[in-house]
Design a protein around this ligand. Structure first.
Ligand SMILES: Nc1ncnc2c1ncn2[C@@H]1O[C@H](COP(=O)(O)OP(=O)(O)OP(=O)(O)O)[C@@H](O)[C@H]1O
Length: 276
């Protein structure tokens, strides 16, 4: 397996698998079967969304990929700097950035120190850590807020800090669990655009969990629709359009058509569920 880092361009890095799940199931100690069997392959540099009803196992799938939880059966393989590894045989989280729905910032620390935390935990010297934290903050448009404290930031800015903290270790794979769900629509649209620009420039693999059909179609190259629990793949829909995407795509007939297709694929996952 090559240990070469993906090139900075998205196209050049679509050569091999970043993540592969085969026959993966997850049964929690409570007896709840959350997932599977699930088969999913994500190419290096790809941006995919996982879409499905509440409780279908989307977060569970991300946690398995991150190595934060073990599959009950099947294999989870992740390709990183050092080559392909099977989850369970690696240090947790290595080579992976995770962005949660809540920004989970330390209120007593500055923005810079919040972003530096993963490097500090990894034993990176303070001066280097600060420089890398500042670079990550600049990449999300927060260069001027390094010395601010979380209480001084809006919800959207806090989420940018959370994104910078996930990027500061230069992970190959970015896992995002409904990161923009709590934000107002305009802020969400802005962050969608900024995330796409970052993805294009950094060439990372992104697996993005959302409940929003509109968001999934706008952002992703593939929308993977999951069934109700235990989550399996219901549909895998490729979104093809002129890149880079922007407001023109969001208001286009092609975008509406894709949203209709994805909604139709999602509908069976909700059958039998209360809509209240
Ligand atoms: N640690 C746990 N222990 C027991 N059950 C769990 C645990 N984590 C999740 N579950 C259950 O597994 C199922 C899948 O949960 P998960 O959070 O993965 O779904 P989800 O699709 O991400 O949901 P949502 O969209 O509401 O965030 C749910 O029924 C949930 O209650």
């Amino acid at each position: 397996m090559s240990s070469a880092k993906p090139s900075s361009t998205v196209e050049a890095s679509l050569t091999a698998l970043a993540v592969s799940l085969r026959g993966v199931t997850k049964v929690y100690d409570t007896g709840v079967m959350a997932l599977g069997p699930l088969d999913l392959a994500v190419r290096k540099g790809e941006f995919i969304s996982l879409l499905g009803p509440s409780g279908c196992g989307k977060s569970t799938a991300l946690r398995l990929i991150a190595g934060l939880s073990q599959a009950s059966s099947g294999t989870v393989r992740v390709s990183r700097h050092e080559g392909e590894v099977q989850i369970g045989h690696i240090r947790q989280g290595h080579g992976i950035g995770f962005v949660f729905q809540e920004p989970t910032l330390m209120p007593w620390s500055s923005v810079r120190e919040n972003v530096r935390l993963p490097l500090k935990l990894g034993g990176i010297a303070k001066a280097e850590g600060r420089a890398r934290a500042d670079a990550a903050l600049a990449s999300v448009g927060l260069a001027d807020f390094a010395d601010a404290f979380p209480r001084e930031l809006s919800g959207g800015m806090k989420m940018r800090v959370s994104l910078a903290r996930a990027l500061v270790t230069d992970p190959d794979i970015l896992l995002m669990d409904e990161p923009f769900a709590a934000l107002d629509e305009i802020t969400r649209f802005r962050l969608n655009n900024d995330l796409l620009a970052l993805w294009r420039s950094l060439g990372k693999t992104v697996i993005f969990v959302t409940h929003s059909v509109f968001e999934s179609v706008y952002l992703s190259q593939r929308v993977v629709v999951m069934t109700a629990r235990p989550g399996r793949i219901q549909a895998d829909i490729r979104i093809e359009t002129v890149e880079p995407r922007g407001e023109e795509f969001r208001t286009s007939a092609a975008y509406s058509d894709y949203c209709r297709r994805v909604s139709a694929a999602l509908a069976p996952s909700y059958s039998g569920q209360s809509t209240l």
